[in-house]
Design a protein around this ligand. Structure first.
Ligand code: AMP
Ligand code: MG
Length: 339
């Protein structure tokens, strides 16, 4: 994998340094914590009397979900499902499964938890990813499709060769769990960045909102394409720069287009989804990256303001949706989509 852990750490620092600076003016207690989980660097930050306990409990929750959902471990619940065992789903898996079906239907299949066999074929789960032959891709595509996975709501059994992967939704689900934990400890505000996917609530001690950078896809480790100032929202980005390999001078990234079996090539280099519903934002960031600009904007128009978008095209053009007009800023030109 070309994207190194150091790069991921730098990216995380980029997002959290401006957030952590200038805090504690009103001497409110502040706790920060950094960890590596779900294959990414995560930063947690909370304010309030019991913030230390809150960030510790959040770290434990992240580790629990990582162990439950990891596709790399045959002992995890996802690993057991993928090995063909009939599994009684935990509440978390049942919830992720039903949200995944919902987003699959909403996006016409662009978000598809059942693409795991393709992810394995391309080698994105291992250390030696490579372009597979077209015949293998076509054969593997026959195993995919969330509509082929049946569950009675409590147990799940996959057929031979099928596999699921909640990687396109898991970080959003996890960040919303962390927000619940922070609130249960009475925190006045908090923000988390799970590999650049951000969720926040409340305010900083001085009453100001959180600032959240959107990476510049052409220079993701040190450049920002824009800044959002907001609260009570998740800000979740999918980009072709996040995880990829190169072969014959071509870059192959980790987001698969279910209709081709190849890395998506929709003309977008990153999609950021802003929503109060982080699992939805995460699933949609992956789906919109596959769907491209026009279909993503049409989905947004049909979705009753449930989410907003920042779309960056391969040629660097930035488009935002109208609900972001007052909270988005950039030193580059950008346009606001109609409707
Ligand atoms: P994200 O970074 O949220 O866009 O999620 C990307 C991850 O989701 C990949 O690493 C795969 O594990 C998985 N994935 C890839 N393509 C898709 C897709 N079209 N639908 C759902 N999950 C996907
Ligand atoms: Mg996603």
């Amino acid at each position: 994998m070309k994207k190194s852990r150091l790069a991921a750490a730098l990216m995380s620092a980029l997002f959290l340094l401006p957030i952590a600076s200038g805090c504690n003016e009103n001497a409110e207690k502040h706790s920060t914590r950094e960890l590596f989980a779900m294959d990414t660097v995560m930063s947690l930050s909370a304010y309030g009397e019991r913030c230390e306990e809150a960030t510790l409990a959040a770290e434990e929750e992240i580790k629990r979900l990582d162990a439950l959902l990891s596709t790399g471990s045959s002992d995890s619940e996802t690993g057991r499902i993928n090995s063909g065992e009939t599994v009684t789903m935990s509440d978390d898996t049942a919830s992720l499964f039903s949200r995944s079906v919902e987003i699959y239907e909403m996006t016409g299949g662009a978000y598809d938890m059942s693409l795991y066999p393709l992810t394995v074929l391309w080698g994105f789960c291992g250390d030696n990813p490579a372009v597979p032959d077209e015949e293998s891709i076509k054969k593997t595509m026959l195993l995919c499709g969330s509509d082929k996975i049946k569950s009675d709501g409590s147990t799940l059994t996959l057929s031979e060769g099928q596999g699921i992967d909640f990687g396109g939704i898991a970080k959003g689900y996890t960040s919303s769990r962390i927000m619940e934990i922070f609130k249960s400890f009475g925190c006045s505000g908090g923000i988390v960045s799970l590999g650049g996917n951000v969720q926040c609530f409340g305010t900083k001690p001085d009453g100001s909102l959180w600032r959240c950078g959107i990476a510049d896809p052409s220079s993701p480790d040190d450049g920002m394409a824009g800044l959002l100032t907001l609260t009570d929202r998740s800000v979740i980005t999918s980009g072709g720069y996040q995880r990829y390999f190169e072969e014959g001078n071509v870059r192959y990234h980790h987001i698969i287009d279910p209709s081709t079996g190849h890395p998506a090539n929709s003309g977008l280099s990153s999609v950021t989804v802003i929503s109060g519903d982080a699992a939805l934002a995460d699933g949609l960031s992956t789906a919109c990256f596959v769907m491209g600009k026009e279909k993503s904007l049409a989905l947004r128009r049909a979705s009753d303001d449930k989410f907003e978008l920042v779309l960056i095209s391969d040629d660097g053009e930035i488009t935002i949706t109208k609900g972001l007009k007052d909270c988005f800023s950039s030193d580059r030109e950008y346009s606001v989509a109609e409707g």
